[in-house]
Design a protein. Structure first.
Lengths: 341, 301
């Protein structure tokens, strides 16, 4: 990958998004869902940053915030030195030329009443970049780029398969020649074989068009293939962020470790005993005190129940939020911390 | 990394068709749509060419020949094919001329109500907040007042005429559309494709007209066609109460209410305009159904 290490294209600082879910008119019950609760990370130009986590951990909300589709409650999102969180609608509209999205479900993310030509050409039309013959030419080039045929221009989305629809979605995202694309579970809804096709297509496009991806997914295997760095989210917070190989080989956070452990191994002879994470993800409206992972953590100690661990760079380019990170000489073996629980 | 061959784009033979040709082809496929179209076209032609279709003056009274039965019954005459009413007016020519006003009221009141309801429903649903509150509370208040009473008050103040009748009928029935459009809008605006429109930087107007409106249109058309029927009947009620169409003008609704008294003795006076309303409404509904299907690209031709 042609990652320019020190060229930060996006930076998120102390990003928060709280949803007020208070109900009741006479007897008000105040509930605030902390979907995203204090995120800090940088995105480098040309890289693919994978963001993973269980459903409900706030990863999609993060994606929407970075696109300006949601207003942040607190914090900043710098994109090319401009703060997306503080932009007016009109500024945001302009910024979107450089900031695009590919959605999870190709069945619901394409307007059923528009033809492929309209769908792919719309971004160009909206920003006044092309019209008439020129528009048509550009649309057919875009279609070629994502592996669709020109004669399919007049068809409607429902006439395509899931993978092809996702290609339409990609063509639409590419139309404006953006710099950053947020892939919100872009392959999760597809068959495994199609997933690989789409991932390869995304990689190819990244090289050709010098794109930066923020790749949101719920499983580590899917992001491993495509990411340069991976961040793991839990309950609205980033718990670990590191280079891909570093994260896979030396996970420092117990949660990351457990996630890696839970990846199914196809060969039964290679399977080993592993610990499943206990319990359910707590409700983000009522997060546990201290470290959000402590009720499920096998290594939790008294301190974890009281103090929120700081998100810090404990190894070069390896961030983790844990009081007792799994640092060990041979990190594949879990350190022998006496279980408190 | 495993290389996976580039996708096999499906090679269906798609001949680009002009949309008009496609429309015609779809119409031929749909029998009910065809029937609907024939009925509606026939009624419209009947309204336009009314003077050519009958020699009898629909307003001319002829007390000697009052309440004559249709020609095939005893006492009927071929001069009045469908008989005469209580004032000796020719039922057939009244139906032919009545189609003018009934159709005009039915269609224009529905168009008016539909346009208001669609616009306000979209605004309430899409922008929410204060807009939603103002619009929906207005809708609620209008729904709380009995429709007929409300219309009577306005008509009594403004005086009955064709224009006021259309305004009143359209101005009170838009609430149904507004509610329906609003609720559909609420669900559609949360879909991913609307988010994708925002993500490409589309403005609100474009999102509303290109993304939301086409997707609420099918439910809208169904309600609108059904409402053509309701409006024609409603006009009949108003005419019956004396605040609708004023003689010598004639509408099907007016004929229906005129004939009500004689239904036991001279059934033809009310029955034939009734049949005319039913058939027309059926035609409109068939046509609406077909139109809905045509507008949905998912329904294959």
């Amino acid at each position: 990958m042609n990652v320019v290490e020190d060229q930060v294209i996006m930076e998120v600082t102390n990003l928060k998004k709280h949803f007020d879910m208070s109900k009741g008119f006479i007897k008000k019950t105040k509930t605030i869902v902390r979907a995203v609760d204090g995120l800090n990370f940088k995105v480098y130009k040309g890289e693919t940053l994978g963001i993973v986590g269980e459903s409900g951990c706030g990863k999609s909300t993060t994606g929407s915030l970075m696109l300006g589709l949601l207003d942040a409650t607190e914090g900043h999102i710098y994109f090319q030195d401009q703060d997306i969180a503080g932009m007016t609608q009109e500024e945001l509209r302009k910024a979107r030329r450089d900031l695009q999205v590919i959605f999870q479900d190709p069945y619901s993310s394409l307007n059923p009443r528009m033809t492929v030509e309209e769908l792919v050409g719309e971004p160009l039309l909206v920003h006044g970049l092309a019209s008439g013959k020129e528009l048509k030419k550009q649309v057919s080039e875009l279609l070629k780029l994502v592996g669709l045929r020109e004669h399919q221009m007049k068809l409607y989305p429902h006439e395509f398969s899931g993978g092809q629809r996702q290609r339409i979605g990609i063509a639409r995202a590419l139309a404006l020649k953006p710099k950053v694309i947020v892939c919100d579970e872009a392959v999760s809804a597809l068959d495994v074989s199609i997933q690989a096709q789409i991932l390869n297509l995304l990689k190819k496009l990244q090289k050709e068009m010098d794109l930066t991806y923020i790749f949101i997914a719920h499983g580590l295997p899917a992001v491993r293939h495509i990411s340069d760095r991976i961040g793991v989210m839990y309950l609205g917070k980033m718990v670990e962020l590191a280079d891909r190989d570093e994260l896979f080989e030396h996970p420092l956070h117990p949660y990351t470790h457990a996630l890696l452990d839970s990846v199914p191994i196809p060969d039964p002879r290679l399977r080993k005993e592993h610990q499943l994470i206990k319990g359910e993800i707590p409700s983000p409206s009522n997060p546990p005190p201290g470290c959000p992972f402590h009720p499920r953590c096998p290594y939790a100690q008294a301190k974890c129940e009281i103090d929120m661990p700081e998100y810090r760079e404990i190894l070069p380019a390896h961030f983790v939020a844990c009081h007792y990170p799994l640092v060990n000489e041979d990190t594949n073996v879990l350190p022998d911390i006496k279980k408190v629980k | 990394m495993t290389e996976i061959t580039e996708p096999i784009a499906n090679e269906q033979k798609v001949k680009p068709q002009s949309s008009l040709k496609r429309l015609g082809k779809r119409l031929l496929k749909s029998k009910t749509g065809m029937v609907g179209l024939i009925i509606v076209v026939a009624v419209v032609l009947m309204a336009i060419f009314a003077p050519l279709l009958t020699d009898n003056d629909p307003a001319k009274t002829d007390v000697i020949n009052r309440l004559l039965p249709p020609f095939w019954l005893e006492g009927g005459s071929t001069e009045f094919l469908l008989g005469t009413d209580n004032l000796g007016r020719d039922v057939l020519s009244r139906i032919i001329y009545g189609s003018r006003i009934s159709l005009l009221i039915g269609i224009s009141a529905v168009l008016l109500a539909g346009a208001i309801g669609m616009a306000l429903g979209l605004i309430a649903g899409y922008y929410g907040k204060v807009w939603d509150f103002i619009i929906m509370r207005t809708v609620d208040s209008l729904l709380a007042i009995p429709n007929i009473l409300f219309m009577l008050i306005i008509l009594a103040v403004m005086g009955p005429s064709l224009i006021t009748l259309i305004l009143v009928l359209g101005g009170t029935s838009w609430v149904v559309y507004a509610r329906m459009v609003r609720s559909e809008t609420l669900s559609i605006k949360e879909r991913d494709y609307v988010r994708s429109a925002k993500a490409i930087g589309a403005k609100d107007f474009r999102i509303i007209t290109k993304y939301i409106l086409p997707n609420v249109l099918s439910s809208f058309i169904v309600i609108a066609t059904l409402n053509v029927a309701t409006t024609i009947i409603l006009e009949a009620s108003l005419s019956f109460l004396g605040l609708g169409i004023q003689p010598p003008d004639v509408s099907w609704g007016l004929m229906l209410s005129d004939g009500r008294e004689y239904i036991a003795t001279s059934w033809w006076v009310a029955t034939f305009p009734g049949i005319a309303i039913t058939v027309t409404v059926l035609g409109v509904i068939f046509l609406g159904d077909w139109l809905r299907d045509v507008l949905d690209p998912k329904i294959k031709d």
